[in-house]
Design a protein around this ligand. Structure first.
Ligand code: CU
Length: 190
C-alpha cells in the first residue's frame, strides 16, 4: 500500500538530512516554480528522491486562503488554464483518491492556506520517483507537472477529486544534472 506522510518543518528537515546522508551518491533532485493563470509566480517547490519516496518542499505565497487540492499531473506542460498538464499522474492505472483504494500516484493531501496566503509544507509521496527509467518516474517521455486547484480534493471522486479549476501549475524540472524530457512540447495521450 502507499502511504502519504506529512511532517512538521523541523521533523521533515531532520528526515531530509538523514536521507541525503544515506544516498550520498547525488540523489535525484527536481524543482518547480508554480505560476497562476496570470503567469504570476505564487510558489516554489523543491523535490528530492529519498529511500522512502519523493520529499516535496512547497513554499507558497499569494495563494487564495482555504483548502486546495495538490496533485502531480501527467504532462509537463503548463499553459493556462492548465488543461495541458493532463490528468493526474497515474502510471498504475488506479482510480482517483485515497478513500477509493490505492489512488493515483499523483494524489496528495490537500493544502490549507491561511489568510496570509503563505504556506510552507513538506510532503513525502511514496508512489512517485525522480529516477529516470522507473515505471513511476516523473521524468517520463512527456514530463510531469504540479498543479494546485481552486477547491479541496474529496479523495474519492474519479478522476480528479471534484477539486475544481486548476489555479496554479509548474513543470517539474530536474535540478542540476542532465535535462529530462520534462519540457517535451507535445503532450502525449496517457
Ligand atoms: Cu489536480
Amino acid at each position: 500500500m502507499r502511504i502519504l506522510k506529512l511532517f512538521g518543518t523541523a521533523g521533515a528537515a531532520a528526515l531530509l538530512a538523514a536521507s541525503v546522508t544515506m544516498s550520498a551518491q547525488a540523489a535525484e533532485m527536481a524543482n518547480t516554480q508554480l505560476k497562476d493563470a496570470g503567469n504570476k509566480a505564487i510558489g516554489d517547490v523543491d523535490m528530492v528522491q529519498t529511500p522512502a519516496g519523493v520529499l516535496i518542499k512547497l513554499r507558497l505565497r499569494g495563494v487564495p486562503p482555504g483548502e486546495h487540492a495538490f496533485h502531480v499531473h501527467a504532462v509537463g506542460k503548463c499553459d493556462a488554464p492548465f488543461e495541458t498538464a493532463g490528468p493526474h499522474f497515474n502510471p498504475g492505472s488506479h482510480k482517483h483518491g485515497i478513500m477509493s483504494g490505492e489512488g493515483h500516484a499523483g494524489d496528495m493531501p490537500n493544502l490549507f492556506v491561511p489568510q496570509s496566503g503563505e504556506l510552507t509544507v513538506e510532503i513525502v509521496n511514496t508512489a512517485i520517483s525522480l529516477e529516470k527509467g522507473k515505471p513511476n518516474s516523473l521524468f517520463d517521455n512527456d514530463g510531469s507537472a504540479l498543479v494546485i486547484h481552486a477547491k479541496a480534493d474529496d479523495y474519492k471522486s474519479d478522476p480528479a477529486g471534484n477539486a475544481g479549476d486548476r489555479i496554479a501549475c509548474g513543470v517539474i524540472q530536474p535540478s542540476g544534472g542532465v535535462p529530462a524530457a520534462g519540457t517535451a512540447p507535445a503532450p502525449a495521450a496517457k
